[in-house]
Design a binder for this molecule. Structure first.
Ligand code: SAM
Length: 335
């Protein structure tokens, strides 16, 4: 079981495998100002119509129920790109009033301007995606010329006290795997924790292939050869963590493909259009927006939340014959 059962929580989210769910990912929009090649095609994404997005009031209601009745202890806002949702600090202030650890995952493009307002509104921490330190490659990868903005955004997050700042790097063979060491070096120099992520078959363009996944074993071997590492015990967090033996911080790997952490998974996800998902790879959504908009009571919404958790499967089956790619891609679910 991943998290201890809290006796003071009226209706903890325990699934049929005994996993207790305490971590909620909320996607606030499916839109993004980047077009990362491993995530979505340059054109042709179908965006949700505005009226299908949950309002801040609806998001707050679900979050409050999740925290007060169901024992959610951490909330992460994501997308799409969460900072493109208008008035994001207003939502942050509403959620920061709940007793949870509130964090944000962002591409960092606008953090320079929004980090102070987010911190003032009560945001605690940010994860910033940064897959390359080379400007030409950044343009190819994100289809945007904003490497400098992202680097300044990371500095702004540190200055605003949104610590610890973590940097997420999706590694794709033949795209950026030659930069693993440089990115590790960047983390050691700046004091941000770099976390390398194995590329998952959730891209909107459908270009994922197993041989382009750079495995945790390869990533750790490359770093360890230059900056010796030792493992740190893994908790319920998806990242496997390693400490630099010279005391210069740590680095993580999220090995979702080669060493999935489904047995310890304690998270559920709410899409921007109000669909609850118990796994990134779920093939079905559990609709919360419908009940919310047709006057459901808190008990009825709670029942729908519990039904989703109850239906959670043991784990995804990437690499096995029975694997079926979900209809929604990463940016449409909320990574
Ligand atoms: N726009 C924000 C960002 O860039 O961090 C938040 C949403 S993004 C979908 C969340 C994370 O998912 C990012 O770190 C991104 O690099 C990662 N990601 C996107 N597609 C992925 C894939 N197919 N496999 C693994 N990680 C992926």
């Amino acid at each position: 079981m991943s998290s201890a059962l809290d006796a003071s929580v009226p209706r903890p989210l325990v699934d049929s495998f005994g996993r207790v769910h305490t971590d909620l990912r909320i996607s606030v929009t499916d839109r993004c100002n980047f077009r990362c090649t491993y995530c979505m095609p340059e054109e042709g994404m179908q965006w949700l119509p505005r009226e299908e997005l949950l309002t801040f009031e609806e998001l707050e209601r679900i979050a409050r129920l999740m925290v007060e009745r169901h024992g959610i202890r951490s909330i992460r806002l994501t997308g799409g790109e969460p900072t493109v949702r208008a008035h994001l600090p207003v939502l942050v202030a509403k959620l920061a009033a709940l007793p949870t650890d509130l964090a944000l995952t962002t591409n960092g493009a606008t953090l320079q301007s929004v980090a102070p307002a987010l911190a003032d509104a009560g945001l605690r921490r940010v994860n910033v995606s940064l897959d390359t330190l080379l400007s030409d490659r950044f343009i190819e990868l994100t289809r945007r010329d904003q490497l400098a903005d992202v680097l300044l955004g990371i500095d702004a997050a540190l200055e605003a006290g949104l610590a610890p700042v973590k940097v997420n790097v999706v590694v794709v063979r033949g795209v950026n795997d030659d930069e693993i060491l440089e990115l590790a070096r960047y983390g050691r120099a700046t004091g941000v924790t770099v976390r390398f992520i194995e590329w998952m078959p959730l891209d909107g363009g459908g270009s994922w292939t197993a041989d382009q996944v750079v495995t945790q074993a390869e990533i750790v071997e490359q770093i360890d050869a230059v900056f010796p590492l030792e493992p740190i015990a893994r908790g319920s967090a998806p990242a496997e963590r390693f400490r630099y033996l010279d005391g210069r911080g740590e680095v993580g790997v999220i090995p979702s493909v080669t060493r999935p952490f489904c047995e310890q998974c304690d998270r559920i996800r709410l899409t921007a259009d109000g669909q609850l998902r118990s796994c990134l790879f779920s093939l079905e959504d559990h609709d919360l927006r419908g009940p919310l908009r047709s006057g459901a009571s808190d008990d009825q919404v709670s029942d729908a939340i519990e039904a989703c958790v109850q239906a959670k499967w043991a784990g995804h089956a990437i690499g096995q014959v029975q694997f079926v790619k979900p209809r929604r891609s990463m940016s449409q679910i909320g990574g």
